[in-house]
Design a protein. Structure first.
Length: 473
């Protein structure tokens, strides 16, 4: 009889039933004998709100990089999302975006796609795919309260149920996917691991979101966004409309301290009129509200640099918002978590080897570098931001990217360079490659648009409304 027949079963424990937790389970399930997800709340049986996810009420999308990572982890997931009503929107072909530098053109040659749906639907499709695997189980109404093991090796987690009962869950690999509520820094300190570096960059932006019945068919309808310009004085107000399942629009408005949106339903539309362009307000004037206004103040960028610690225990990995959380206005969170999970899976092809945890943490850090640079590179330029101020290099880079963005309003090459980075398909360093630098130097090749660009079919729909919206670009 071979020694392999006497091998002890291997087990992974995932802390958190979030989308990052589910993707973590997807990443490890083929490399261990069983996976147990520890979740403090009940998990819904359908595409319904999950307790403890305040950000779910705001607009969400999957960037190209995130959608591809989820598809690699859970083949068929994108088709399931689309079949359930999600939208696959070509970038920038089906996007009406007012950037700080002007209106982006809707180039007919799409280089990327985003997937738009409610957070509830996206989570449900991922959760359903993961939990149908018999090797994956969930322990609900249970919270992880500490790590087992020592500073050299983590051997599991200590958990507590809602009735106060505590237990020990032994594991060969523990993955913290508890999100912004992670207790990992405290748990590491209890093991004697200190010196953790952390960044906390908070622009103070406040989110207010609402769901509407769209006044037009949403299949093929574009994403609409009016972005804030950090160069302007006053609060950085912005907003976006995403088509989601059920012929609905998911709308989020953001504002900084001093002039931020509130829970007041009667103030939602007037606030939309404070943006740099009235397009969102004009569209919403024809839409039917289906929900109350939900507000979130927690939009800070926060990163724990676990990969820099001198000591990192074997058997422990932090993933998703537990490692790095972003201002959600940039739409990178789910995609960055998916890419981190994929990086973990790729390392696991070698098995639960020594130094796996350290290598995985470094790979996850690399997977979030681009999203972190995008979010903080913009937020540090708002006057309300706390945690870091732009230095000379930051200001010079921001001026260059602004020039490149202005070029992108009339240059397909510049637009592609930017969307490659925004889609998490290329690192920000590609924006300073010789070819892109030359493109930025030449500037836009077409006359800038002076109004939002709608197709003739979209204009027909808009003109059929009580009050026409928009004119041809």
């Amino acid at each position: 009889m071979s020694s392999a027949s006497h091998r002890s079963p291997t087990r992974a424990v995932v802390v958190g039933g979030s989308i990052a937790g589910m993707l973590a389970a997807a990443a490890v399930k083929d490399h261990v004998d069983s996976v147990e997800i520890v979740e403090a709340h009940e998990l819904p049986g359908g595409p319904e709100p999950r307790t403890g996810v305040p950000q779910a009420v705001h607009i969400h999308l999957l960037q190209t990089g995130g959608a591809r990572a989820i598809e690699a982890l859970l083949p068929g997931s994108v088709d399931l999302l689309l079949a359930a009503g999600a939208h696959r929107i070509p970038v920038t072909t089906n996007m009406v975006i007012y950037s700080p530098e002007g209106w982006y053109r809707r180039w007919q040659r799409a280089t990327h796609h985003v997937i738009t749906a409610s957070r509830d639907l996206t989570e449900f499709v991922v959760r359903q795919q993961v939990l149908k695997d018999p090797r994956v189980g969930v322990r609900t109404r249970t919270s992880a309260v500490g790590l087992l093991g020592d500073r050299r090796t983590v051997t599991g987690v200590r958990v507590r149920t809602t009735d106060g009962t505590e237990a020990e869950l032994r594991a060969d690999l523990v993955i913290d996917a508890a999100g912004r509520a992670t207790r990992m820094p405290r748990w590491l300190a209890r093991l004697g691991i200190t010196g953790l570096a952390e960044d906390h960059i908070d622009s103070g932006l406040v989110y207010a979101s609402r769901i509407y019945r769209a006044p037009v068919p949403t299949r093929g309808w574009p994403v609409v966004s009016v972005q804030a310009d950090p160069r302007l004085p006053g609060p950085g107000n912005s907003g976006g409309i995403l088509p989601i399942e059920g012929d609905r629009w998911h709308v989020s408005l953001t504002g900084a301290p001093g002039r931020h949106p509130t829970h007041d339903a009667d103030a939602f539309l007037p606030f939309a009129r404070t943006l740099r362009h009235p397009l969102l307000a004009d569209l919403l004037a024809h839409a039917e509200p289906l929900s109350d206004v939900r507000v979130t103040h927690s939009t800070a960028n926060r990163r724990h640099y676990y990969e820099r610690l001198a000591h990192w225990p074997e058997g422990l990995v932090a993933l998703g918002d537990s490692a790095a959380a972003f201002n959600p206005v940039y739409g990178q969170g789910m995609s960055a978590a998916a890419q981190g999970a994929l990086a973990l899976r790729d390392l696991l092809t070698k098995g639960l080897t020594p130094k796996l945890a350290r290598e995985a943490q470094r790979a996850i850090a690399r997977s979030v570098d681009s999203a972190w640079a995008l979010a903080t590179g913009q937020d540090i330029h708002f006057s309300t931001t706390k945690g870091r101020s732009p230095n000379l290099a930051d200001r010079l880079l921001h001026r260059y990217v602004s020039r490149l963005s202005r070029t992108a309003t009339g240059s397909f090459h510049a637009a592609t360079a930017l969307t490659d980075v925004l889609a998490l398909q290329a690192p920000p360093t590609t924006l300073v490659s010789p070819g892109v630098l030359l493109t930025a130097l030449l500037g836009p090749l077409r006359r800038p648009l002076d109004r939002p660009q709608f197709t003739p079919a979209e204009l027909d729909l808009l003109n059929s409304l009580d009050k026409p919206v928009g004119t041809p670009g």
